[in-house]
Write a protein of this length. Structure first.
Length: 494
């Protein structure tokens, strides 16, 4: 059974129960107003509306009517009239007989001085023989018959019954009130039903549709959140699940694309030196290297290609191990000032060889301690300095290394005045295989892994590495590491 149907049933049963209550209340009220169940049943009978008298009262009235037609003068006989009145009293009714304007008989039941004025005028045609009147708050119904006495004087006979104004009110208002109540009930039920189904069924339908879409692999849609209630929360959770799925899907596709690109890059970078090696070996085999000098040249080229291949494979291996988090970091607390000075010492020969003017500026006072993997950090510095030297093809080459430190961070700055990196290339230089000049020409040497490895290593230290560059002015690489406080250093040493 669907929820909609269940709700429809529950609303209907609520409606029926309310209806039952209304009917019950109405009947209790009517019984209270009219006195008994019998009269409640009678209150809406046609008889009651047309003829306000009881059956017994009615038959007495008919008798008197007959008398008025056939023996009108008998209706002056007080003894007879009193007899009729006695019978009528049992029916809670009374008798009133009029001759011209004077009263022949008035039942004691009424005690109403205004009765005479309240009664309708004489009407021989007897057009309206049943009606009602009221004297102040009391409500009466009557049946009357107009006739002529034998002497031609006008006479009227009334059988009057007092009716409870409460019952009269009930009779008039109850159907209207009940209808109104039932109407309100129906409308309220319908509105509630609509409201609930809207806030409940519609989002559920949406959820089902979304789930089906996801099943079919379509994740690129957005679930509209319509409310804040439980269903809305469910939709929210569903939407965030869809979002996550979509993101991981995109990530997977991205990874897939990366993997393909990686394989193609590796194949390309390995093929170039391999082709060279093959070519020179074929040259030797075919006797092109005829002299010992030529042979030596060939062998040297083959060797250098093999070395560069070895370096590439080595870099690739390191990069992929770092990427897979399979390269362990051996952290040691060291003074970065010492570390940089050692590194510079090792670089000095290279710098002199390439005629690069060199600045070392230590702006920190005292030791600046950090927890680092020495070999890997050295590799990073070598990669960065390598680049600076490699991409410096101008006169007046200049490399500056600066150490800055505040209480929290240590910053190493490597500033060269080389060719710089084009603006559009700058955001990508830390990506693997990325090279600013895209032609993968091995004459510039690099495979585009140096800075990618550097970033992996600095990430592994919880630090940051970034670059600033202006074409033809120079490039600055920043490496930032977390500085250890004195306390931490103590712990690190102990
Ligand atoms: N100091 C620099 N001056 C100018 N360009 C630079 C500098 N450092 C990096 N680049 C640019 O960034 C690219 C990426 O550098 P990265 O060190 O990752 O690769 P590579 O030097 O080409 O190859 P590898 O370092 O693997 O031998 C370089 O190809 C180069 O275009
Ligand atoms: Mg490099």
């Amino acid at each position: 059974m669907s929820i909609r149907l269940k709700m429809l049933l529950s609303f209907t049963s609520m409606f029926l129960i309310s209806l039952l209550f209304i009917l019950l209340t109405a009947s209790l009220y009517t019984i209270a107003a009219t006195g008994d169940l019998q009269s409640f049943r009678d209150i809406y009978k046609v008889h009651y509306q047309v003829n306000p008298l009881t059956e017994q009262g009615e038959s007495i009235f008919q008798e008197m009517k007959f008398l008025a037609k056939n023996d009108p003068d008998a209706l002056q006989n007080k003894v007879l009239l009193r007899e009729y009145d006695m019978k009528l009293r049992a029916e809670k009714s009374g008798l009133y007989v009029r001759r011209e304007d004077s009263q022949i008989f008035e039942s004691l039941t009424f005690h109403q001085p205004e009765l005479k004025q309240a009664l309708p005028a004489y009407d021989l045609n007897n057009y309206q023989i049943r009606s009602t009147f009221n004297i102040s708050e009391r409500f009466y119904a009557y049946a009357k018959f107009d006739f002529q006495y034998s002497d031609g004087k006008r006479g009227s006979v009334f059988v009057i019954r007092e009716r409870s104004p409460f019952a009269e009110l009930t009779r008039k208002l109850l159907p209207m009130m009940s209808l109104l109540l039932i109407g309100v009930l129906i409308i309220a039920n319908l509105l509630l039903f609509r409201w609930i189904t809207r806030s409940f069924i519609k989002p559920l339908h949406q959820l089902r549709n979304s789930a089906e879409q996801i099943k079919e692999g379509n994740l690129a849609f957005k679930l509209e959140l319509s409310s804040n209630d439980e269903v809305g929360q469910l939709s929210g959770a569903f939407e965030s699940m869809r979002n996550q799925l979509q993101q991981s899907n995109e990530l997977r596709q991205q990874d897939e694309a990366n993997r393909k690109e990686l394989i193609s890059n590796i194949s390309h970078d390995l093929r170039t030196p391999l082709t060279n090696i093959k070519g020179y070996i074929e040259g030797i085999r075919d006797g092109v290297a005829s002299t010992p000098e030529k042979m030596e040249t060939y062998v040297n080229i083959i060797h250098s290609k093999a070395v560069s291949m070895d370096k590439l494979v080595d870099e690739l291996f390191l990069y992929s191990k770092l990427d897979l988090n399979q390269e362990p970091f051996l952290f040691k607390v060291v003074d970065i000032v010492d570390f940089l000075e050692d590194s510079i010492e090792e670089l000095r020969y290279d710098l002199e060889d390439k005629q690069v003017a060199f600045d070392w500026d230590n702006q920190a006072t005292g030791p600046v301690m950090a927890s680092v993997d020495l070999d890997k950090l050295k590799r990073t510095v070598v990669n960065v300095v390598d680049n600076a030297l490699k991409y410096m093809d101008n006169e007046n080459k200049r490399l500056g290394i600066t150490l800055q430190a505040d209480l929290e961070w240590i910053t190493m700055v490597f500033k060269d005045n080389g060719r710089g990196i084009p603006e559009e290339a700058l955001p990508h230089v830390f990506e693997r295989f990325y090279r600013a000049e895209q032609s993968r020409n091995s004459s510039t040497g690099g495979s585009g892994l140096g800075l990618a490895i550097a970033r992996q290593i600095i990430d592994g230290h919880g630090g940051f590495i970034w670059a600033n560059s202006k074409p033809n002015i120079g490039t600055t690489i920043y490496i930032q590491l977390k500085r250890l406080t004195n306390e931490e250093t103590g712990n690190g040493n102990g």
